[in-house]
Design a binder for this molecule. Sequence first.
Ligand code: GDP
Length: 214
Amino acid sequence: MEEADAAARQAEERGRLLFAQACDFVLGAASLDGIPPAELPEVAFVGRSNVGKSSLVNALTARKTLARVSNTPGRTREINFFRLGGRLMLADLPGYGYARVSKADSARWTELIFAYLRGRPNLRRAVLLIDSRRGLMPNDTEVMDLLDRAAVSYQLVLTKADKLKPGELAKVESKTLEDSLRHGAAHPELVVTSAVLGEGIPELRSRLAALTES
Ligand code: GDP
């Protein structure tokens, strides 16, 4: 038990050190032609519009304005790349599921994301964000199918955990985990986060740091 605790502490320390390094915006790409060379291990963040993706990226990197926290969901149509300390590339994928987006735009989203996911050799993991208050929605499941088909391993993360009472949160947690087990490429674990309280942030940093080591 003590050994496991010590290992977990060391992993968190490696995560803390990684995310304490400089994190710089590289570029935003609206098509595959514009994406940066596949030089570093990469992690992609994906989720519905307004799920709290920008807030989470900012909390991970401890910067307030790295990823733009938006009040107009559905506007970002680019993949934004951030380089973390010369060791990890973070790819912030455009949000999906915004009601006012046309069918054509939504098809373009799927095409860009699928092409990116399938053709990115340095992509180690996708982090799929789920709003704690909603749990898995139909278009989250569609994205999980997409990830399964692209054979990208992915990790589910619940956001905005501070919005729920502990009992409600526990229910969403077990339901989400149970549903994710039906998907081939999903990691059978869930990280529960709150960008507001900082909950789950050290844990997620340590998971991502581990991807730079293998
Ligand atoms: P994005 O569209 O996925 O990038 O989501 P944003 O990061 O822009 O967040 C959408 C809204 O949710 C904003 O009003 C944020 O302030 C709010 N939000 C994001 N994360 C949290 C969180 O952990 N807790 C709470 N209570 N609100 C959050």
